[in-house]
Design a protein around this ligand. Structure first.
Ligand SMILES: Cc1cc2nc3c(=O)[nH]c(=O)nc-3n(C[C@H](O)[C@H](O)[C@H](O)COP(=O)(O)OP(=O)(O)OC[C@H]3O[C@@H](n4cnc5c(N)ncnc54)[C@H](O)[C@@H]3O)c2cc1C
Length: 386
């Protein structure tokens, strides 16, 4: 059963909505004021995610980091058929590892277990619509019943059918798919991850969370080429992957089915719309090239919890300030991450000679003069947390 008035309603129990609810449950004194609206929990998403060191710390702090994971200590970045490569190592940052690889399914599982042990109110419904908002409330219709909430936190991921609300929002299809599978290799390089840019698109090879010596492959490529790859049997797909990736890991052998995800860039310029706040993929859905979507969403959560807790704990006067500070504090991190990711997603597909030579030269410079790559890698490892 649920009442019809709340201070905070959270829509969506993916990684971001769930983490937000768990963090609030530890900080808020009156949990009856919070409601999480979830679809029925299902764990069939095959995504494998690389989380940076900062995100792993946050999840660990709330005991929701999945037990099954594989650390990354070295990252090798290269551009096929061009000179230069960049190596990033955990010792460069004096941290025990750069990040960790987990499965989306395990993360959700771990978050949901923690949610069920918390005293957060959860309802399982997907017949939800936002009716309107006024000066005091957002009115949300859940299965033909109206709920009034002072704040609605949208953590419902991307809605591909929803149009851009403002002309400053960005809604773009990349016309690419991310194709995911599992491989094993004849060389076993533990704790290593690779990002290789090719003219077909970028390929990431991550240590698999379940099995040492196995790797997760994420290849982002055009829809046409993905369709061709999807039709290949395991043997032919293995041959193609070996051609694309080269011999750094010895012979690669595909051992799992292929799974595809369409890729979008969807950015809300304003994450606050009156009493409705968007976080995670509902605020920004990025190309997975740099593995930053969830990392950025986790930082949305950390900041939102920090700024709305004083208001939730009975200090009404903090309401406007909380929203304004949250909005201001998220601008720089969001802009930097969104722009870097989008540039990376396009730049390496550029076929003109000048771009290729500049990129190759850029990579050589980055590898020779390590400090040049530091600000960017530092952001990727920790995220902007000022
Ligand atoms: C192939 C691929 C690889 C990726 N790799 C990485 C990576 O390595 N590192 C990284 O940081 N990020 C990565 N990402 C991005 C990452 O997956 C997302 O940023 C992350 O899942 C966002 O979490 P979220 O909770 O905001 O959204 P989602 O994961 O989309 O969850 C939204 C939730 O809301 C629920 N929902 C939707 N509508 C309703 C409704 N009306 N009522 C109730 N519930 C609703 C959905 O069922 C879902 O559970 C990758 C993405 C892809 C596609």
């Amino acid at each position: 059963m649920y009442q019809n008035k709340y201070s905070v309603v959270i829509l969506g129990a993916g990684p971001i909505g769930s983490l937000f609810a768990i963090m609030l449950s530890k900080k808020c004194k009156k949990l009856e004021k919070i409601l999480l609206i979830s679809k029925k929990f299902t764990y069939d998403d095959k995504r494998i995610l690389a989380l940076n060191y900062g995100s792993v710390q946050t999840l660990n702090q709330f005991n929701v980091f999945p037990n099954i994971h594989s650390h990354i200590k070295n990252v090798h970045i290269s551009y096929k058929n061009h000179l230069g490569r960049v190596l990033i190592n955990n010792t460069d940052f004096q941290i025990p590892f750069l990040g960790s690889v987990i499965s989306y399914k395990d993360l959700c599982n771990s978050l949901h277990k923690s949610l069920l042990n918390s005293k957060i109110n959860i309802i399982y419904e997907d017949n939800v619509s936002i009716i309107e908002q006024n000066e005091k409330h957002v009115i949300i219709n859940v299965n033909n019943k109206n709920i009034y909430s002072e704040l609605l936190i949208k953590a419902n991921g991307i809605n591909v059918n929803e149009n851009c609300i403002s002309i400053n929002d960005i809604c773009r299809e990349y016309n690419q798919y991310a194709l995911i599978t599992e491989i094993k290799s004849s060389y076993n390089k533990r704790y290593w991850a690779w990002e290789r840019f090719t003219q077909l698109g970028p390929i990431a090879i991550l240590p698999h969370p379940y099995k040492n010596g196995h790797f997760s492959v994420i290849l982002c490529t055009s829809k046409n080429y993905s369709a061709y790859l999807l039709n290949l049997n395991k043997y032919d797909f293995s041959t193609t992957l070996n051609e694309i990736f080269g011999s750094r890991l010895g012979r690669l052998e595909v051992i799992d089915d292929k799974h595809i995800f369409p890729l979008y860039l969807k950015i809300k310029k304003n994450i606050i719309d009156g009493r409705i706040i968007s976080i995670g993929n509902a605020a920004q859905t990025l190309h997975p090239i740099a593995g930053q979507g969830l990392n950025l969403g986790i930082r949305d959560v950390v900041y939102l919890v920090k700024y709305i807790t004083p208001w939730l704990n009975e200090q009404e006067e903090f309401y406007n300030m909380a929203l304004n500070i949250f909005n201001e504090k998220r601008k720089c991190d969001r802009n930097l991450t969104i722009k870097t990711t989008d540039i990376l997603s396009k730049i390496f597909l550029n076929t003109d000679n000048f771009s290729q030579i500049s990129l190759s030269f850029g990579m050589i410079m980055m590898s020779m003069i390590t400090p040049i790559s530091y600000p960017l890698s530092n952001h990727m490892v920790y995220g902007f947390r000022k």
